[in-house]
Design a protein around this ligand. Structure first.
Ligand code: 3H9
Length: 708
């Protein structure tokens, strides 16, 4: 027996029960030791006098899946498929007792057991699709045998975690028990097996539900259509579906072979490598120096200054986390508008069935209040300023916050560009100040840039991460610079997009190329959604501050000066008819652009999709490298996570710096050098990029060097 799996027999008057416990913290992943232990436990159970076995996980969860860290290394026998086939083949019944999550190889193990019981809070699922894989230990063949093809297709292609109650209803579980002890639930079920003399019932032999769909091309066609639409360039959902369909079309053993084929194909795909990078990067961003020594301050109440789009979104995200919030506005009228904004988001939640009216009322009335008196922030543990994006306004507010906030309160600004050091210096307690850059809509978007300024105390930075965890957001540590990690990179790729337009490419071709690359929308569609007035105001600010460099936004200024701000005015780059959110191309926009080109004497040179994306990505990667080089981002993976969670970068490409590694940094550098000949002001290769290529290393070498 391996250390990761223990075996003991408990006997009473009901009979002898073998208890097989998996103990592989933190998530009981099915590592080599676990597989070996399970195989040995199954053999021992087959040979001894115990009449029934219970398999359960120690600690916080059942098996959360195969050990992802073993992927890409030579496989150590026994494989999970063989281990769980061995369990299923046992002649004596095996009960699986689930708590926490039974995911991937974990659920596959459970499916090979003869009975499954879970405690109420447990969830099950096959999330391999989100790692660019398909279940590889029989999940696509056994699950449909319990649920039918359609429900299995949903679970396997979405990767969603199915709550125990639903899993019971659709046939995955045999029982759900109150309480929180899986062993207790497992033993109780085992006693029932003994009392009722229940047999070793094998999932692989349950063929009725899959046979019911055999040859149902109409169903398969509809499922393929649905998945293709949702997958948007991602391979795994489509292949996962094919594996599930094989369960209906082929006998069990052949279906298993088909699943293996698909699993191996996906294992080799770059999308799998990218998605697994994204999985670990999302977790590694929590490893920051401040958290090693810092202690989070209390976070029991909050004040938000400003009730506009950002302030109300931030407020709602905190209400969702059960944090009482006082919203502060400058006068009664603005305070009432702030309340309206918050209530509108909550009402939408009720309408969409996210929560019920009673919960909405609890959040709106018990946890939330508005005030026009700044002194109302005096009891808050954290104050988040979300006022107008102007340094004068912010400094003024921070002076007042400093006067009214209690000692020890964390003081945060939600600025998306401005210098936090300067804002902090307006107070007598710069050590308590940090940036918390939320993304709009703040109650939905998961990214939170935690901007650590020169004097920010480690405990205050740690509190920023504690808040991110409480709000179920992904906190990324950023340093102070104009735009931090995300908006600084955004500025570069929006610039290159505008240069390409000015030089001859249609903005609609750029949007199409970016969309086809896997983003949910192109930069011009995004501008229309955010409001073209924002960029216009930003450019005006930068011009006032003496900004130099190539200026290619004249055509954008002209569109904004016509009062066409995008979706909210029904016209921007696109025309939005009758409140539609899908825009039509606007010939007048092309005329404006032509006009600007001819005024500047530009001979239009349109680019094709590949040429567009080479420039777009090179701009992102080069600035990403600079952000790392300057220490604004701790590691390349922090840039990846920022772009994945805040800017719609396709997850199956791993993030821009992972993407760069995968296409080869030497190739990216060669592109930048080529573009330097077109525009030497814009294209200067980042030193870090040059160094990495010189050393034959890549961004991931830097991630690894920091033990992330
Ligand atoms: C699979 O099963 C393939 C099979 O079909 C075929 C086989 C032939 N492996 O997320 P957390 C680490 S594919 C290794 O912060 P939570 C994680 O990196 C697998 N490590 O906790 C973190 O490490 P660190 C299908 C893993 O409570 C620590 O555990 N399964 C694995 O917020 C804690 O994780 C999945 O895709 C793993 N499988 O969430 C499930 N899982 O502390 C993946 C986690 O160093 N896992 N770690 O940063 C999850 O979704 C979540 O971890 C879970 C817990 C919901 C379980």
């Amino acid at each position: 027996m391996s250390e990761a799996v223990s075996y003991e027999v408990v006997s009473d008057e009901a009979g002898a029960i073998a208890v097989i416990a998996i103990d592989n913290p933190p998530v009981n992943a099915a590592s080599h030791a676990v597989r070996e232990g399970l195989a040995a436990a199954a053999a021992r159970f087959a040979a001894d006098t115990a009449q029934v076995a219970v398999i359960y996980g120690k600690g916080r969860t059942f098996i959360a899946g195969a050990d992802i860290r073993e992927f890409g290394k030579p496989m150590q026998q026994p494989g999970l498929t063989e281990v769980i086939d061995g369990i299923e083949k046992l002649d004596k019944p095996v009960v699986c007792a689930i708590h926490g999550t039974a995911l991937g190889g974990g659920l596959e193990t459970a499916l090979s057991c003869h009975y499954r019981v879970a405690i109420k809070s447990a969830r099950v699922g096959l999330p391999e699709v989100n790692l660019g894989l398909c279940p590889g230990a029989g999940g696509t063949q056994r699950l449909p045998r319990l649920t039918g093809v359609e429900a299995a297709a949903d679970i396997v292609t979405s990767g969603r975690h199915v709550p125990a109650a639903e899993a019971l209803k659709i046939g995955i579980l045999d029982a759900v028990e109150d309480g929180d002890d899986p062993l207790e639930a497992g033993i109780a079920f085992a006693r029932r097996v003994l009392a009722e003399k229940l047999p070793a019932r094998r999932t692989c032999d349950e063929n009725d539900k899959v046979e019911a769909s055999r040859g149902n091309e109409e169903l398969f066609g509809a499922l393929r259509e649905r998945v293709k639409k949702k997958a948007k360039g991602q391979l795994s959902p489509q292949l996962c579906l094919e594996a599930v369909i094989a369960s209906a079309e082929l006998p069990f053993t052949e279906g298993m072979a088909r699943e293996r084929e698909i699993f191996m194909e996906l294992m080799k795909s770059p999308q799998r490598e990218a998605l697994i990078h994204a999985f670990f990067a999302e977790r590694a961003v929590r490893k920051v120096p401040e958290l090693e020594t810092g202690k989070a301050r209390p976070l029991n109440s909050a004040a938000v200054i400003g009730g506009g789009t950002m302030g109300s979104g931030i407020t709602v995200s905190m209400l969702f986390a059960g944090l009482p919030v006082t919203m502060i506005e400058r006068d009664e009228e603005s305070a009432a508008r702030g309340r309206q904004n918050v209530e509108k988001i909550l009402d939408d939640g009720v309408r969409r069935g996210k929560f019920d009216k009673a919960h909405r009322d609890h959040l709106a009335n018990d946890l939330y209040s508005v005030s026009s008196d700044i002194d109302s922030l005096k009891d808050a543990d954290i104050v988040i300023e979300a006022a107008f994006e102007n340094m004068g306004v912010k400094k003024d507010l921070f002076r007042q916050i400093d006067k009214h906030a209690k000692q020890g309160a964390v003081l945060a600004s939600n600025t998306s560009y401005l210098n936090i050091n300067e804002i902090a210096a307006a107070t007598d307690r710069p050590q308590d100040v940090l940036g918390l850059h939320f993304f709009s809509p703040a109650h939905v978007m998961r990214l939170l840039e935690i901007v650590v300024a020169d004097k920010t105390d480690v405990d205050v930075a740690t509190t920023g991460f504690a808040l991110a965890a409480k709000l179920k957001k992904v906190g990324v540590r950023a340093g102070v610079c104009d735009g931090f990690i995300g908006n600084r990179i955004l500025e570069r790729y929006l610039s290159i997009a505008s240069y390409m337009v000015e030089d001859g490419t249609s903005p609609y071709d750029i949007d199409r190329a970016v969309l086809n690359f896997g983003y949910p929308m192109g930069p011009n569609q995004m501008g229309d959604l955010a409001g073209l007035d924002i960029g216009y105001a930003n450019r005006t600010r930068k011009r006032e501050e003496g900004w130099k460099g190539r200026y290619a936004a004249d055509y954008m200024d002209r569109i904004a000066e016509l009062g066409r701000y995008g979706q909210k005015t029904g016209r921007g780059f696109y025309i939005y008819e009758d409140g539609s959110r899908v825009g039509k191309q606007d010939p007048e926009v092309l005329e404006i652009i032509d006009q600007v080109r001819s005024e500047k004497g530009i001979d239009p040179r349109p680019l094709d999709e590949e040429a567009i994306m080479r420039r777009y990505m090179a701009a992102i990667i080069n600035e990403g490298a600079r952000v790392v080089e300057e220490g604004i981002a701790l590691r390349p993976l922090d840039v990846d996570v920022t772009m994945l969670f805040g800017y719609g970068f396709p997850r199956w490409r791993g993030g821009p710096l992972k993407y760069a590694d995968m296409i080869g940094l030497d190739k990216v550098l060669a592109d930048i050098r080529e573009f330097e000949n077109e525009d030497a002001d814009f294209w200067k290769p980042a030193k870090l990029l040059v160094d990495l290529v010189g050393r034959g290393e890549n961004f991931d070498s830097l991630n690894k060097a920091t033990n992330a």
